[in-house]
Structures are given as C-alpha cells and as structure tokens.
Design a protein. Structure first.
Length: 145
C-alpha cells in the first residue's frame, strides 16, 4: 500500500473547511430569519400589547394571554364573550367555539384566577377568538398553616 499523495491532503482540508463554513453560514442565516419573523420571540401578547397594535382590520392572527375578569362571562348558545386582563388593560374576547372544561370548572368553583390563552384576530375594538385554551387550576396548592 502506498500512502496518499501529499498534494491530496490540502485539497481535502479545503473541502472540509468550505463545507463546514457553508453549514455554519446556513445555520446562522436560519436563526436570523426565524428571529426576524413577527411574533417569533414571544408565544403570546398581553392585552396591553394587543390594544397598542396598529389596526390591521383583523388580517393577522395573534395569541393573547390574560386572566378572565370576574362577572364578565356572557353566554348565548355557543357564542361566549368575556373580558381578560393583564392587570393594566382589559380586552373583550368573543368566541363561537366551545370553551374547554377547565374554563367552566374554574368559573363554577368561583375562581377569580382563570388564566386563558386565546388565538384569533383583533379588529381594534374586540378580539375574535378562533380557539381558547384555559390553564388548569392547580390542585396542589399548599395549605395555609
């Protein structure tokens, strides 16, 4: 067996470095593209952030998180409306989709801490939700001493 010629070794290294550079640049470009997209760094907005958005006539879909304001839940068949708040701003949410059992269970227990994430469109006045998720109330709260 003869050893590989010395002239082939620099060519191999060059191919290795060029290939590695292409992969690294591709990864950097992919991360830059993903971070530059709207809503890429946060899963949802707060009611205060939604209200401050420019009116887009309901063309974009957003996710908003907040706590249901007590005594604002109104139900008419499948249509349900309620207000959510982040402590600073209240936002009216309306949906025609069935709400999850966790929402109704927490409301029936008189909980004033029902946290929801609503996905839908904001028209500048109200948030029309196509999906509402409710955070399950904790069953493992520490007992007061």
């Amino acid at each position: 067996m003869q050893p590989a010629p010395a002239s082939a070794d620099p060519k191999r290294r060059a191919k290795f470095w060029i290939g590695g550079g292409v992969i690294l640049l591709s990864l950097v470009a992919l991360v830059g593209w993903a971070m530059g997209r709207p809503n890429s760094t946060s899963f949802f907005y707060t009611p205060s952030e939604i209200v401050e958005l420019p009116a887009t006539a309901g063309s974009e879909e957003y996710r908003v998180n907040g706590k249901v304001v007590p005594d604002t839940v109104q139900r008419d068949g499948l249509r349900t409306s309620f207000d959510i708040s982040d402590g600073a701003t209240a936002l009216a949410v309306t949906t025609e989709q069935p709400l999850p059992d966790a929402f109704w269970t927490a409301m029936a227990n008189g909980s004033s801490e029902v946290e929801v994430v609503a996905r839908g469109r904001y028209d500048g006045a109200a948030f029309q939700a196509s999906e509402v998720l409710a955070k399950c109330p904790s069953k493992f709260k520490a007992k007061a001493a």
